[in-house]
Design a protein around this ligand. Structure first.
Ligand SMILES: Nc1nc2c(ncn2[C@@H]2O[C@H](COP(=O)(O)OP(=O)(O)OP(=O)(O)O)[C@@H](O)[C@H]2O)c(=O)[nH]1
Ligand SMILES: [Mg+2]
Length: 227
């Protein structure tokens, strides 16, 4: 007798994520998943960082949202290939969703694929998309207790961006407290204080991303486009 088996959603997702990563590796594409709460400044970070990377490497963007193509339109204004991934109410992107979108881009020349996940500090952290690295975004207007309250988001991050630092004086956000809690969960990820309003931080994040592309190129022996 055949017993029906329903696999856990995460197991299915992890298998698809492994396939995505293998595909990205075969194409010399580095993929970065950008996660954080709604309105934390993910798209603003991309808008500030992409122009700094574009002269050095091909950049592609997936924009994850519940509805609208507004973020994709903001990215398209930077003249980089972008695909809007709509979840129609879902609170996170999944690896199969990313896989379906990959065919929309010509990734054959390699480069950097930046995926802005759905604005949500909880669910996206559970879903591997096949990325090589994660950036966790926390704005100072969200409160300094968030690294302790949403540990998975920060635990699995390779870089933590503290955004909207120009608003620090208008909040009770304590950078020391947030950093200490983040460090306890994740001792190694760099914590970058950013303000897209003032232009603080994007150069550091861009350098970190370019470094990541370079290390991969050293590994695979391919070359960066030099400006
Ligand atoms: N003061 C200040 N405002 C910022 C900064 N970065 C972003 N904002 C504002 O914060 C709001 C949200 O920014 P977005 O970049 O759209 O945030 P997001 O995380 O992409 O939002 P979702 O995609 O909806 O989750 C916008 O009104 C931005 O103008 C910053 O550094 N300083
Ligand atoms: Mg956005």
């Amino acid at each position: 007798m055949n017993i029906p088996i329903v696999r856990r959603v995460l197991e299915k997702n992890n298998a698809a994520a492994a396939e995505n990563r293998a595909l990205f590796d075969s194409l010399d594409v580095r993929c970065v998943n950008i996660l954080g709460g709604a309105g934390s400044g993910k798209t603003a970070l991309l808008e500030a960082v992409i122009p700094l990377i574009k002269p050095r490497a091909a950049v592609f963007v997936f924009e994850g949202d519940l509805a609208t193509t507004r973020d994709a339109q903001r990215i398209a204004a930077l003249v980089v290939p972008v695909v809007q991934l709509l979840t129609d109410g879902g609170g996170h992107l999944t690896a199969p969703h990313v896989r379906r979108a990959v065919v929309r881009l010509d990734l054959a020349g390699g480069g950097l694929l930046l995926i802005e996940n759905v604005g949500n500090p909880v669910c996206p952290a559970n879903f591997d998309l096949g990325e090589h690295a994660r950036i966790a975004v926390l704005s100072v207007t969200e409160g300094d207790d968030k690294p302790a309250k949403y540990p998975l988001l920060f635990q699995r991050a390779d870089l933590i961006a503290l955004t909207k630092c120009d608003l620090l004086t208008h909040t009770d956000f304590d950078i020391e407290r947030a950093s200490r809690d983040a460090r306890r969960i994740n001792p190694t990820a760099p914590i970058v204080q950013m303000s897209m309003r003032r232009g603080d931080g994007p150069a550091r994040v861009a350098a970190w991303l370019i470094d990541m592309i370079r290390s991969n190129e050293r590994r695979t022996n391919t070359k960066l486009i030099h400006a």
